[in-house]
Design a protein around this ligand. Structure first.
Ligand code: RFL
Ligand code: PHB
Length: 403
């Protein structure tokens, strides 16, 4: 479909990027470093994207990439670098020495909205273009060699068209990009879990020097951090539950019950200043490319957060895409663009497998039989007692190699 004749043309760029999440912003930085022109269209305001609470854990190669790109200064000052994680089950704690098992790779806790703040500030400072608050975004001509993105800058403003060579659909799970691939071409794979996470931010000092993932008979719990003053905690809950049913007292009582073990360690409480419930799913759309449209990040795939993989996977996609686009603009080669979907999907499916494995092993699923539940506990017991199994968990958690 060509852009409608009532559309006012607003400009032209080489790569039109829909969405200023981690995928869209990393892509813009990577392209501009290769001298490739791009414009980012984002439906929310700068304040909204900079304040949305989401991921916490970065894989080692993402930390290295941010540093190589000159974007890592604040992360290196304010991030938290842990050498391992703790797994808790049957009332006992087991340390997994990630760094020791992976040749020194660490667990970096640096919140997604801090990454977003750093990337937005650096992009705008460098003369990059992000149009915030756009609406009515529609992708046109993705099967042609003249694709365009229609959008409005203001809700009742004119429909404009951004003409481009390629479109990167980085607009998350609910964005319009994936829908621009005809249904007959799309193959979608999905698991919806019968549980969700209730997440809180609390003003309290850290209770423990590293993350704790706990499988408890009352359900999963996770202890993470944000800063010396703010901690992030999660508990498994009914995804359809109303957050109004969860008083702070009830949340703390569940956290104490699920996280404290037999060794006398206790959790430090503080005022809760943010809380919410999220549902969990695994989802993959194949292929990730259609004509001149390339999907990246949550637009193409979702993982449950137990493996801490979603943001990292979004960055992996756009690194592959930026290399393929650089090869095209430098020497006219299209093999990288043609291989994009297959190359990304190999990593995506490994992250899907790991995230599904961590999720099923660590949660209590009321739909599972007692047999299945015992198998998950046996899996945990195996992981903490076998060097081979522990190494497999560690190398997936800190991030599989990118090259
Ligand atoms: P995003 O971050 O959803 O960004 C998409 C952007 O597109 C915009 N958009 C549009 N823009 C223009 N026009 C439209 N029509 C648009 N529709 C949408 C949106 O406003 C948004 O700004 O996708 P992206 O870039 O692919 O990044 C994916 C990550 O955000 C996500 O995978 C992670 O947050 C997942 N995740 C974790 N990932 C990790 O790697 N490590 C973690 O520790 C981790 N923990 C988590 C997580 C996600 C969580 N939640 C809330 C789902 C913990 C949680 C609780
Ligand atoms: C977080 O700190 O938000 C976090 C940590 C580990 C996860 C998911 C989220 O697996």
């Amino acid at each position: 479909m060509a852009a409608s004749s009532s559309t006012q043309t607003s400009g032209r760029t080489q790569v039109g990027i829909v969405g200023a999440g981690p995928a869209g912003l990393f892509l813009a930085h990577l392209l501009r470093r290769q001298g490739i022109d791009c414009v980012v269209l984002e439906s929310r305001s700068r304040a909204e994207i900079e304040d949305t609470i989401r991921a916490g854990v970065l894989e080692q190669w993402v930390v290295d990439l941010m540093n190589q790109m000159g974007l890592g200064d604040r992360m290196m000052r304010e991030g938290h670098f842990h050498s391992g994680i703790t797994l808790r089950f049957n009332g006992e704690s087991h340390h997994i020495d990630m760094a020791g098992l992976t040749g020194g790779k660490r667990v970096t806790v640096y919140a997604q909205h801090e990454v977003i703040r750093d990337l937005v500030a650096a992009l705008l400072e460098d003369g990059g273009e992000i149009v915030f608050g756009v609406s009515d975004v529609q992708l046109h001509g993705v099967e042609s060699d003249r694709p365009s993105i229609a959008f409005r800058r203001m809700p009742d403003g004119p429909l404009e068209a951004l003409r481009c060579d390629y479109i990167a659909g980085c607009d998350g799970f609910h964005g319009p990009s994936r829908q621009a691939i005809p249904k007959s071409v799309r193959n979608e794979f999905q698991v919806v879990y019968p549980f969700g996470w209730l997440g809180i931010l609390t003003e309290a000092p850290p209770s423990h020097p590293e993350l704790i993932y706990s499988n408890h008979e009352r359900g999963f719990a996770l202890l993470s951090t944000r800063s010396p003053e703010v901690q992030r905690l999660y508990i498994q809950c009914d995804p359809k539950d109303d957050i109004a049913n969860w008083s702070d007292d009830r949340i703390w009582s569940e956290l104490h019950a699920r996280l404290e073990d037999r060794d006398g360690w206790t959790l430090t409480e503080g005022p809760v200043f943010q809380k919410g419930i999220i549902a969990m799913r695994s989802f993959v759309c194949e292929p990730m490319r259609h004509g001149r449209l390339f999907l990246a990040g949550d637009a193409a795939h979702i993982v449950p957060p137990t493996g801490a993989k979603g943001l990292n996977l979004a960055v992996a996609d756009v690194l592959v895409l930026s290399r393929a686009l650089a090869a095209f603009y430098k020497s006219g080669r299209t093999d990288g663009l043609e291989a994009y979907s297959a190359v990304c999907l190999r990593r995506v499916w490994k992250a899907e497998r790991f995230s599904w494995y961590m999720t099923t092993m660590l949660h209590r699923n009321p739909a599972e039989t007692p047999f299945e539940q015992r198998v998950h506990l046996a899996d945990l017991d195996y992981v903490v007692s076998s060097q081979a199994a522990m190494t497999a968990l560690a190398e997936n958690y800190v991030g599989l190699p990118m090259d």
